[in-house]
Write a protein that binds this ligand. Structure first.
Ligand code: FES
Length: 116
């Protein structure tokens, strides 16, 4: 699948996160130290929108039950076995492009567990 523009770098400063909706998919964009990452905007626990949570440094906390994730890697911090669904990101001419195919989908499972 091709990469699509979802936002401009001007819309997402370092240390910020924002949610976008593209082709019916909710995507969370996170800028950590000027590196943009894209994740499904759905907590792997019970699918709450992660964009309603908080970002402190690189720690992303879900608003519902406070599961925490490393926004730089998508790995779970608490619990360590959960992880985020990540999308590939490219930056071109100041635009944020996302490939709208997650590395894997957890739609059929309430919890996405990392392979460790
Ligand atoms: S829905 Fe996110 S921690 Fe429960």
């Amino acid at each position: 699948m091709a990469f699509q523009k979802v936002a401009s770098l001007d819309d997402l400063w370092s240390g910020e996160m924002t949610a976008v909706s593209v082709e019916g998919q909710y995507i969370l964009l996170v800028n950590i130290d000027d590196m943009v990452h894209a994740y499904a905007d759905a907590c792997p626990h019970m699918r709450t929108r992660l964009s309603q949570g908080s970002l402190q440094g690189r720690i992303l906390t879900c608003a519902t039950h406070q599961w925490q994730f490393d926004a730089l890697t998508g790995s779970g911090i608490n619990p360590v076995t959960a992880c985020l669904e990540e999308f590939s990101v490219r930056i071109e001419n100041g635009d944020i492009l996302v490939e709208l195919v997650a590395a894997c989908s957890s739609d059929d499972k309430p919890v996405k567990w990392c392979e460790r």
